[in-house]
Design a protein around this ligand. Sequence first.
Ligand SMILES: C[S@@+](CC[C@H](N)C(=O)[O-])C[C@H]1O[C@@H](n2cnc3c(N)ncnc32)[C@H](O)[C@@H]1O
Length: 517
Amino acid sequence: MKSLPDLNPDPQGINPQYLENLATAYWFSQVLFTAVERDLFSRLAPEGKKLEELADLLHLNREGLQRFLHALCVMGLICCAEGIYFNTKLARKYLVRGEEDYQGDGILWRKDLAENWQELGRCLEKGTGFVFPDQDEREEDLNRGFHRYCRAMDCMIKNKAREILPLFSQVTLAGEILDVGSGAGSLSAAFLKAFSQVKATLVDMPQVMDYARRLNGEQEYGARMTYIPANILDPWAAEKEHFELVILSNIVHAYAEAEITQLLDKATACLAPDGMILIHDFFFEYDPERSALADLNLFINTFHGRVYPARWLQEQLIQRGLTVTELLPLNSDTALVIGARNPQRLEDLCLDGREQLASKIARMGFRRVLPVSPEMIHVPGWVDLHCQFGCSSFGKPHCPPNSLAPEKTREMLKDYRHGFILEGAPPTRDFQHLVLEAEHEAFKAGYYKAFALWAGPCSLCTSCTEEGRCKNTKNARPSMEASGIDVFETMRRAGIALRTLAEGDDFVKYFAILLLE
Ligand SMILES: C[S@@+](CC[C@H](N)C(=O)[O-])C[C@H]1O[C@@H](n2cnc3c(N)ncnc32)[C@H](O)[C@@H]1O
């Protein structure tokens, strides 16, 4: 599958192209919205279509359609062979109506919200979003709107459920689930399919519950679902101290702090002594760009909704007597926090230790923590030449020839299978201290081979010893460049675009590699 170009091709740079890309990002959405709205991908399934056939089917102008199809080709959604247009694998799986993983409803929901985004300036003036459903809307239209909303939510959560369920693969669940603000209930449905003894109670607005009943009623697991049509901000009809799993998925972001704290009181009161609470949402600590924009989306489109820091939520659960996991990022843009009264319950969760460590290290103050495979670290033959010829630090205690020779670096990398790239900012010394803390954290988490290589010459001490021997060998670490690593190429392989600095005052980012195991 092709991927779209990074919006910022040059994250280090002061670059008008980045601004142009931001200004035209809606081009991409608009192409996708139009193709989904016209159901183009369903028309191309299964065997593809010629331009003329497609133009007739969709009642579109041929020349315009040809240009539109060309855009869809470069976006990696369709391809063309011998005059026939086909869906790519991505489009076949997610954009053909009727397919199990169809995402079209979710995409069209985004399109509906895009109209409200036009009002961002006015929302900022007022300090609140104000684009809300028309109070005079007819019941029938309101219901239709609700169903569209339910289908859209459902599209998205079905994929998330696939990422969430594996965490529970070693957990024994046999009790009841309470799904608060459940939507159509697809996350609960995934649990019911995986755990044949489990029952679920869904709580949501009456119209949503009607939809959920119809959707789940005929399914094998449907008989194990109970529905409570209610306003979740009012007192709950759900039994106290009863539920083995309470789910709050994409609901925390819908309300203000005061409402959330009340919801958490009620949710935790429903937990059985051995129960767990699962909170799934956007969090600022994970995927900062998506979270910041999701937060703005909530500002525009809800009364009081917002994205919360995971730390705040974890503290709320701890205050209610629960033990909590680290933030557990999914592979997509959201993450989980799971809490339990009995800490042993959390031990059965299949948590990836490295992901947990990454989020802990990110919270120390790094801008980004990315997994890197040591095989991607490029150690060519030329890098140390740049130290020997052209650098005033040559000969210092932790620079060539007193640092790791490229051969030693290559040999050492063979002993590791996993690592992180740490991205931070100057000043150098602070960054290097932070890298040392990260290495220490990794060691404490059981990665006894943890070893960091940082950016630039060692800057821990105010000046290096005169005799040319380091007095701070406990803390000094080699720099990537001094060890023969081609930092530009290594970062490129990890998906980070770097460029050389054109001006002395250019914005600088620092990188380090933390090898783990
Ligand atoms: C963003 S959706 C999330 C649905 C589902 N949990 C998921 O993760 O896909 C939020 C759900 O909460 C429900 N909801 C929000 N506020 C509510 C309230 N005060 N009472 C009942 N349901 C509410 C909405 O109807 C909607 O179904």
